[in-house]
Design a protein around this ligand. Sequence first.
Ligand SMILES: [Zn+2]
Ligand SMILES: [Zn+2]
Length: 203
Amino acid sequence: MIDAGLFAGHVLCTVDEWMSVQTGPLVIDTHELGRRPGNERTYHLSAEVPTQWGYDVYGVPAGSPIDLELRLEALVDGILASGSTTVTAVGECVRCLVPVEDEIDLDVQELYLFDRPSDEEEAEETQWLEGDLLDLEPTLRDAVVFALPHHPLCDPECPGLCPECGTRLADDPDHTHGEEVDPRWSALTSLIEPDSVIEPPKE
Ligand SMILES: [Zn+2]
Ligand SMILES: [Zn+2]
């Protein structure tokens, strides 16, 4: 089966439920699904993340590949989209600045209403279809933001950087700059050095 109708305005083909999308946002044309309650279709989508998801310092970069298992089901008032995927977030350890990478499993479920709610407050918390088009991106992006740790660490025990020279302490745990000795004490120190111990006079 070759299906050219699902992704609005983008190159795609579907072969036995496998679909590949070359570019473009995660916009799905639900025309084929129809609106009769109970209608249901499942898809496998391969796409690219259209914008950075997450924070500047840590997130899923634009252009990352995304493979998504998706089920669309028509209900009385809208289309229920259920999807699961795994994405890779990249960034830096907040303590020692080495690159960190996390696999994030996402399970999303969102009802896209057929019509935009007239109530503004309700509209803020709701997704709806634009005509037959269903945009999965806001749902996936919100799920990523929710799942991301706020303080990415290379290791929960990361000791960070040496405050004096910036060396990464995890690479050099015994790192030291030697004891700084106050010059006023140095005369005293020499008294307790082993080679200056005064032997008691022999009898
Ligand atoms: Zn670290
Ligand atoms: Zn140091």
